[in-house]
Design a protein around this ligand. Structure first.
Ligand SMILES: *Cc1c(COP(=O)(O)O)cnc(C)c1O
Length: 707
């Protein structure tokens, strides 16, 4: 008999405070400042050491400390308030969806994604796509949407980035400590862990996938794990790494995600009303649905029509390499058994996903999703146009491509210091009005001095984090110290540039004219510093070369320590950066940024954007809430780069830096604070994930459910 993880953890705690275990196993805490502060109160040391992992705090803090806390009135007061709040949050019936859409969706939406970014202690995400999925799940919980999510538990996660003194990225994989993470075994009615099995290819050996679950308030995320002793060695690898391996590895992984995911839900007795494929990685779910529909005796055409009407697909990138495509023969091999069972020809099967690629015809996961899901969307207005051009001919009168512009989960990304300030300065609890633009106009009434105080605090937090990293690492030469931020100055104007290192993001653009950049940075009265951070995919040699180049600039004497690089960009570092810098820089080569979300996270924390007009910024920029670099689509790359770099230098020199350093008698930059306030007031409601998920409900989920 397996005991459940929460019970085991409870047993370690005094009865009076045993429900700390429930909270630790509910990722709900990740966006609840009250619970985060309770775990910090228990042990600041273990909270910091574990980079904010409650389970780790509960497992590692000495028992005597809990006995002490169980008798401390102040602690118990916090504990009781937290529990009351938590129990309320676990009640779906009082939330938005239940009150607005009572009659709809008795059955859930099944949301499939290859990655989920919920918190850095659960490293099953690589970047923007995963964090969007995590924010979607958290918001579904906030809104009381009946949703179940499906993905993988990657025991080796995405890699941890180390950078050598020479600027070479080293990818390290750490084995996930399942016991120290908020994942629980899914147990069947017999009390044993649930394991599903399927045939890959026509191999003799079956692939077994163990099911785990992660609780996010009222939403459950199911994670499949192939790293089991009963699996043959090659199969154990299937879910070990996120985006690891070669093409065949990806195909096998995506087979397990789509086909395995549908089987897992079936085994759990969950019958979704709507299936949502977040990006094409999970598109094979549609093939498994086809098998299930036809097994009920439905014809091929009627099954396809039913699946189309009840499926949602979101595409996320205009970059061709972001759309997985496989050799048709190999896909047909993997689905040999299914094709036979469906009684259709191989050609008919392959026609569902065939697409003309640069190198010839391939089976493309995005094509498959488009042919099986009638409810489809891009992730910004501009991206909708680009997608339409890119996938000519896939629209029919009944299935247009629409857009739902990305948003971010405000309770996750807004600094706790702002939470406190807003509770005091706004007319009512901001959590009740997240997507209401009128409510956020009140930000303009907050006294500058209070807002500026928070902004300064956040810069100091960032400085402390950089200092901690340096001390932990103790670099042995000055060059390395400087590169890693030893000369960070919390009162200097700080620009943040943090994202995946891919060529289209143009991390090197600021260095086009090095002398001019040095001049901007080294002005003694108005110093400017730039912090870079980001990973390159381990197989992306171009991306790694970019990191190395930035790394070398960081200790170039020309810049005198004003350029720095933070290793291992994660949700944890992202939070510190988007809150702690003064300006967020984004330089994509338009129109390749589908949406982008880090700029939104910065904007809501009073960090205005300087960004190329692409993705979300086309919709977000209003001339008063930040600065825009015109996009120069259609010109040669060289001409685009030259114009964009010129615009970057000019705006910094003439407008942005002077405005930041223009202070009143209290040393507050009053003009700058107007931009800060406008940034929060205009971006927060419009680019919140509340607005986003409500649009998914209205424009995609409900129409698909009604079909
Ligand atoms: C938000 C976020 C991203 C995505 O940022 P973009 O602006 O879309 O590049 C990537 N990684 C992390 C860790 C993030 O928090």
């Amino acid at each position: 008999m397996h005991t459940n993880e929460i019970d085991e953890l409870r047993k370690l705690l005094p009865l009076r405070i045993e429900r700390l275990a429930d909270i630790a196993y509910d990722i709900w805490w990740a966006s609840d400042h009250q619970s985060r502060s309770i775990f910090r109160m228990i042990s600041r040391y273990h909270w910091t050491l574990s980079e904010h992992n409650p389970i780790s705090v509960l497992l590692n803090t000495p028992r005597s400390r809990f006995d002490e806390l169980a008798h401390q009135p102040e602690f118990l007061h916090h504990y009781d308030a937290l529990l009351a709040n938590y129990d309320l949050a676990c009640e779906r019936s009082t939330k938005w969806f239940a009150t607005e859409h009572q009659e709809s969706l008795g059955k859930p939406i099944a949301y499939f994604s290859a990655e989920f970014g919920l918190h850095s202690s659960l490293p099953i995400y690589s970047g923007g796509l995963g964090i969007l999925a995590g924010d979607h799940v958290k918001t579904a919980d906030d809104l009381g949407l009946p949703l179940v999510a499906v993905g993988f538990l990657y025991p080796f996660g995405y890699f941890v980035q180390h950078i050598t003194t020479d600027g070479d990225q080293i990818a390290e994989y750490h084995d996930l400590d399942r016991k120290g993470t908020a994942v629980q075994e899914v147990l069947g009615s017999d009390g044993k862990p649930v394991i599903i099995s399927l045939h890959l290819d026509n191999e003799q050996q079956k692939l077994h996938l163990k099911l785990w679950k992660v609780k996010v308030g009222t939403v459950t995320l199911y994670l499949m794990d192939s790293d089991l002793e009963i699996n043959v060695a090659a199969d154990r690898e299937i879910t070990r790494r996120l985006y690891g391996g070669d093409k065949l590895y990806r195909l096998r992984q995506e087979y397990a995600l789509g086909v395995g995911g549908v089987r897992a839900l079936q085994q759990l007795g969950i019958e979704p009303a709507v299936y949502h494929a977040n990006e094409g990685h999970s598109s094979f779910l549609f093939i498994e649905r086809l098998r299930l529909e036809m097994a009920k005796g439905r014809s091929f055409h009627s099954s396809v029509a039913h699946i189309q009407a009840t499926s949602v697909f979101t595409t996320h990138t205009p970059v061709p390499a972001g759309h997985d495509a496989f050799a048709p023969e190999i896909v047909a091999d993997y689905f040999q058994e299914t094709i036979r069972e469906l009684g259709i020809s191989k050609e008919q099967f392959l026609s569902l996903g065939l697409h003309q690629e640069e190198y010839g015809e391939a089976f493309n996961m995005t094509s498959l999703a488009f042919s099986m899901a009638d409810h489809r969307n891009a992730v910004s207005k501009k991206h909708e146009e680009v997608t339409r051009k890119m996938w000519k001919g896939i629209e029919t009168p009944s299935s247009n491509i629409i857009h739902v512009t990305n948003g971010v989960h405000i309770p996750t990304w807004l600094a706790p210091e702002f939470d406190e300030l807003l509770r005091m300065a706004m007319p009512s609890d901001w959590r009740g009005s997240i997507d209401d633009p009128d409510f956020w106009k009140h930000v303009h009434q907050i006294p500058d001095v209070l807002l500026w105080h928070v902004r300064s605090q956040l810069s100091r937090h960032l400085g402390r984090y950089i200092g901690d990293l340096l001390r932990k690492r103790a670099p042995d030469d000055d060059k390395d110290m400087i590169t890693r931020g030893a000369l960070y100055n919390p009162s200097a104007f700080t620009i943040g540039f943090a994202r995946r290192f891919a060529t289209y993001k143009r991390a090197l653009l600021p260095f086009r004219d090095k002398e001019r950049l040095a001049e901007i940075l080294n002005n003694p009265e108005r110093p400017v510093q730039i912090i870079f951070s980001g990973k390159a995919h381990p197989a992306d040699e171009g991306g790694k070369a970019l990191i190395k180049e930035v790394w070398n600039y960081a200790h170039d004497p020309l810049f005198r320590g004003k350029i720095m690089f933070l290793e291992n960009y994660s949700m944890h570092t992202a939070k510190l950066l988007v809150r702690g810098v003064d300006l967020w820089l984004n330089l994509p080569r338009a129109p390749l940024e589908a949406s982008g979300t880090s700029g939104i996270k910065a904007a809501i924390n009073g960090v205005p954007n300087l960004s190329v007009l692409d993705g979300w910024w086309i919709e977000g920029y209003n001339t008063k809430n930040g600065w825009a670099i015109d996009s120069h689509e259609g010109l040669s790359e060289e001409a685009q780069d030259a114009l964009d770099a010129e615009s970057f230098y000019q705006q910094l020199e003439q407008v942005i830096v002077p405005m930041y350093y223009h202070r009143n008698l209290e040393n507050i930059p009053t003009e700058w604070m107007k931009v800060v306030k406008e940034s929060i007031a205009s971006v927060l409601p419009q680019f919140s994930s509340e607005r986003m998920v409500k649009e998914y409900v209205k424009n995609l989920y409900l129409p698909a459910e009604r079909a």
